[in-house]
Design a protein around this ligand. Structure first.
Ligand code: ADP
Ligand code: MG
Length: 159
């Protein structure tokens, strides 16, 4: 009876609810240029060495429609259409990361949106190409982390 898979599913569901409620989850993407430049390895190394655990991960490519939906909050801004085109131009790595204070700590690790203003030693300072092709995405709130994680990963793809 205890070997019934339903128990492990219930336990995982409970754990995922707790991760979201306690703010220990954030969502990231390694953007197309960083993937092309073979920066997946170095970026994941920095993520792990900064205390984040990977709870879900995939190499995939967004359609233009998916990229438009993911960045819908920026619709109407001058950079929106070009951003959608860029983000659907090649493979990306999507991942869910876990750590105490995940959203804020990960924003610190990636650095400012504009790599020219990003602090020394941050992911964007080290691996960005320019303002648009700034190496990685990082969620800006617990609420968005939850939505963005759900955009890419089903319950069964999260640990
Ligand atoms: P962040 O990714 O730091 O949360 P935003 O949410 O403001 O930044 O913007 C989303 C993405 O849109 C940025 O990561 C960057 O790729 C792109 N972007 C933002 N502002 C500009 C801009 N002024 N010109 C070109 N691209 C931009
Ligand atoms: Mg943002």
């Amino acid at each position: 009876m205890l070997n019934n898979p339903i128990f492990s599913i219930i336990a995982r569901e409970q754990k995922q609810k707790e991760q979201i409620m306690s703010g220990t989850i954030t969502f990231t993407m390694i953007k197309p240029t960083a993937v092309k430049n073979n920066y997946i390895g170095p970026i994941l190394k920095m993520i792990n060495e900064s205390g984040f655990s990977i709870k879900a991960m995939k190499l995939t490519q967004l359609s233009a429609k998916q990229a438009a939906a993911f960045y819908a909050v920026h619709e109407g801004k001058p950079f929106y259409e070009s951003l959608v085109e860029f983000m659907s131009s090649g493979p990306i790595v999507a991942a869910i990361l876990e750590k105490e204070n995940a959203v804020e700590d990960y924003r610190k690790l990636i650095g400012a949106t504009n790599p020219g203003q990003a602090a020394e030693g941050t992911i964007r300072k080290l691996y960005a190409t320019n303002l648009q092709q700034n190496a990685v995405h990082g969620s800006d709130s617990d609420e968005n982390a939850k939505t963005e994680a759900g955009f890419f990963f089903s319950f069964f793809e999260r640990f």
